[in-house]
Design a protein around this ligand. Structure first.
Ligand SMILES: Cc1ncc(COP(=O)(O)O)c(C=O)c1O
Length: 410
């Protein structure tokens, strides 16, 4: 491996054909829409291939040929703890960790462990839409404390938050840290205020930190578990390498719960759902990416920053009526189309039928964001350029059409 830090050794420009690999992003999009013309920038995984040194570790385990029941050993916990100590500044004791197949499975466990049917659970919309589903599908009541957009920047409305948290029927707060889709990396001060409110009103805080390794220059990730021990009896973190290293299909996540009482409740709900041993390839992948993936991760982040810069510049130059919400973290861009003056269904028509893109429409993230679209930019620049060229052409043609109609009407 080249040790010169100034030279990039991984090629994120490489376009890997993912079609016919059973992936959601391309194959399911086609199955769902019946169309082949749509360029997908939707589901949150990346079009980047793992580096050879990690693939070698996985191949070596596969070559053994026996895949019986498996439990994580010291090397798994050491790899996890080393990554966390280095990147987020706190240490994880082995007993705090309960392995899960996915963050959403662990989140559903939390809902069952810490609330009962009819209890209220708080989220901050617009937010990753399965949060709402896991609340209502389990017969709990969704309470929203909407994020406020102030001068193009999303903020927490703390007076609304406290009003809602202080409701004695509200038992759980699901925090997205960093926040998908608005791209906020919550500051230590914001997180402290949240933690203090949760302790004061006896609400359990579940911090979903799956996007924590995607932070842009000028911002710093703060794990809720690094806020200090005072909040830990009301707090747990859900964490996973699956976004960072693009291994969602290998299904590996961890619930990190320092407090014994919370942990036992969580583990009871986990057992009630019938989960015990983890997927061996997922375990091996976590160990390998956290021990060998640092450089790939750094270069990938640099590449993503280049993608954000590309989108910002392109919008400024060619699409002045749409507005990028400047991301502080994540590879999901939240873009406001309200400047085009379209009705909600006309916007969807523009994106799908005219621009031939498959995105996540803003309406699925909350009740007030139908004029937004979420773009996944974790792809080679070439793919992103194609998507934005298609968008530019569609907007240009639509504006031409509208101009002709306006001229005819006058
Ligand atoms: C905030 C957030 N949590 C959880 C998930 C899903 O993670 P998992 O596949 O581990 O359930 C995603 C995926 O996009 C996400 O954005």
């Amino acid at each position: 491996m080249n040790d010169n830090k100034d030279v990039n050794i991984y090629d994120f420009d490489r376009v890997v054909d993912r079609r016919n690999t059973d992936c959601l992003k391309y194959d399911f999009a086609k199955e769902r829409t019946g169309r082949e013309d749509l360029l997908p920038l939707w589901v949150a995984d990346m079009d980047f291939r793992l580096p050879e040194e990690i693939l070698e570790d996985l191949k070596a385990r596969i070559a053994h040929g026996i895949f019986g029941y498996t439990d994580p050993k010291d090397s798994y916990f050491d790899a996890l703890n080393n990554w966390i100590e280095k990147h987020y500044g706190y240490s994880v004791a082995r007993k705090w960790v309960t392995v899960a197949p996915t963050v959403m499975f662990a989140l559903a466990n939390c809902v069952n462990a810490f609330t009962e049917a009819g209890d209220k659970i708080l989220i901050q919309q617009p937010v990753y839409y399965p949060f709402g589903e896991v609340i209502t599908d389990n017969g709990r009541i969704l309470v929203d404390s909407p994020l406020k957009i102030i001068n193009g920047h999303y903020e927490i409305d703390f007076s609304d938050l406290e009003k809602k948290i202080s409701d004695p029927e509200l038992k759980l707060f699901i925090l997205c840290n960093p926040h998908n889709p608005v791209g906020r990396v919550w500051t230590r001060e914001e997180l402290l205020q949240i933690a203090i409110l949760c302790v004061k009103h006896d609400v359990i805080l579940v911090s979903d930190e799956i996007h924590c390794d995607f932070i842009y220059p000028g911002h710093e990730f703060t794990s809720t578990l690094s806020l200090g021990t005072a909040y830990r009896d009301h707090l747990l973190v859900l964490h996973s390498p699956t976004k960072t290293f693009n291994i969602a299909g290998l299904q590996i996540a961890n619930a990190i719960i320092p407090d014994k009482k919370l942990r036992l409740k969580y583990q009871k709900a986990n057992a009630a759902n019938g989960y015990s041993q983890a997927n061996i390839i997922g375990l091996k992948a976590l160990e390998s990416v956290y021990t060998k993936g640092e450089r790939w991760h750094q270069e990938m982040l640099q590449y993503l920053k280049g993608n954000v810069d590309f989108v910002r510049d392109y919008i400024q130059e060619h699409l002045p009526k749409i507005r990028l919400i400047e991301p502080e973290g994540t590879y999901l861009l939240w873009i406001d189309f309200s400047g085009l003056g379209l009705k909600d269904d006309e916007l969807e028509d523009l994106i799908v039928d005219k621009a031939h893109l498959w995105l996540d429409p803003g309406a699925i993230f909350g009740p007030e964001t139908a004029q937004f679209e979420r773009f996944n930019i974790a792809c080679p620049r070439k793919t992103l350029e194609k998507a934005f060229r298609q968008l530019k052409k569609a907007v240009y043609e639509l504006e031409q059409e509208n101009q002709v109609k306006a001229d005819q009407a006058s």
